[in-house]
Design a protein around this ligand. Structure first.
Ligand code: GLP
Length: 241
């Protein structure tokens, strides 16, 4: 893993956006793996600005998001589809038909997982996967204990994750109990992975990621075995390393 230390959230967002632009600008048909959460928001803002000043076009880009809450329509402001539309896709020239987010409202969720995985494996290889990390080491919604071999699947969210994400909802009870997520094996197939880490509350997780053993108890640790990972972390996130 290559670790890039930056000053703060702004600098992390700038560096993340640069890497994405390099990928998008250098490939004919780029495929991006995208993430939600507070961490990548700044990257999306930078990319929108870059698009507006004609430094990048997403016309030929296809995107796959990591995860989605079960039971949520894309029109629900707490859904990840809504997040992506409002914070990124609605402001750039990407073809919405080529932006994929798991359907948390699918009638047959198991089938939805299989189809999402199939779509990725058959037609697309992710050129660059953007990732954040949960305080418990989750990537996507792959909670501690998830086998490294998992493909896109349904997960029961850990109480700590529901608590951490409660800030977006009216109360913790309103946070869905389940989600669909790309599996760890799905994520590991990406050609390049960019992991963004910001703030002191992620410092312990980042230390464990960099120095802990590779273990299913800490899902992000698998990234140590991927051949092309850039970790972009700010000083606060690196304060316990
Ligand atoms: C969420 C998402 C993850 C994200 C993580 C951290 O639950 N499913 O993809 O990386 O938790 O979120 P944040 O960036 O808001 O700290």
């Amino acid at each position: 893993m290559e670790i890039k230390q930056v000053e703060d959230y702004q600098a992390m967002s700038e560096a993340g956006a640069q890497l994405i632009m390099e990928t998008v600008n250098s490939l004919e048909k780029p495929v991006l793996g995208l993430a939600t959460g507070s961490t990548p928001e700044g990257v999306y803002k930078r990319l929108i600005e870059a698009h507006q000043s004609e430094k990048v076009s997403f016309r030929h880009t296809t995107s796959f998001n990591l995860d989605e809450y079960v039971g949520m329509l894309g029109s629900d402001p707490n859904s990840y589809r809504y997040f992506m539309d409002k914070k990124f896709f609605d402001h750039i020239d990407i073809d919405k038909q080529k932006t994929f987010v798991p359907n948390g409202k699918a009638e047959d969720l198991q089938r939805e997982c299989e189809q999402y995985e199939q779509l990725l494996m058959d037609h697309h290889e992710i050129d660059l996967q953007l990732l954040g990390i949960g305080t418990n080491g989750h990537i996507g919604f792959n909670e501690p204990g998830t086998p490294f071999s998992t493909k896109t699947h349904i997960v029961d969210l850990a109480p700590s994750t529901r608590k951490a994400n409660a800030r977006f909802f009216e109360s913790e009870q309103d946070v869905p109990e389940q989600a669909i997520t790309m599996g760890i094996a799905t994520i590991m197939k990406s050609k390049q992975i960019v992991l963004l880490v910001s703030g002191e509350k992620k410092a312990r997780a980042l230390d464990q990621l960099l120095h802990g053993e590779v273990s299913e108890d800490f899902p992000a640790s698998i990234l140590q075995t991927h051949p092309n990972v850039q970790v972009i972390a700010d000083k606060a996130a690196l304060s316990k390393v």
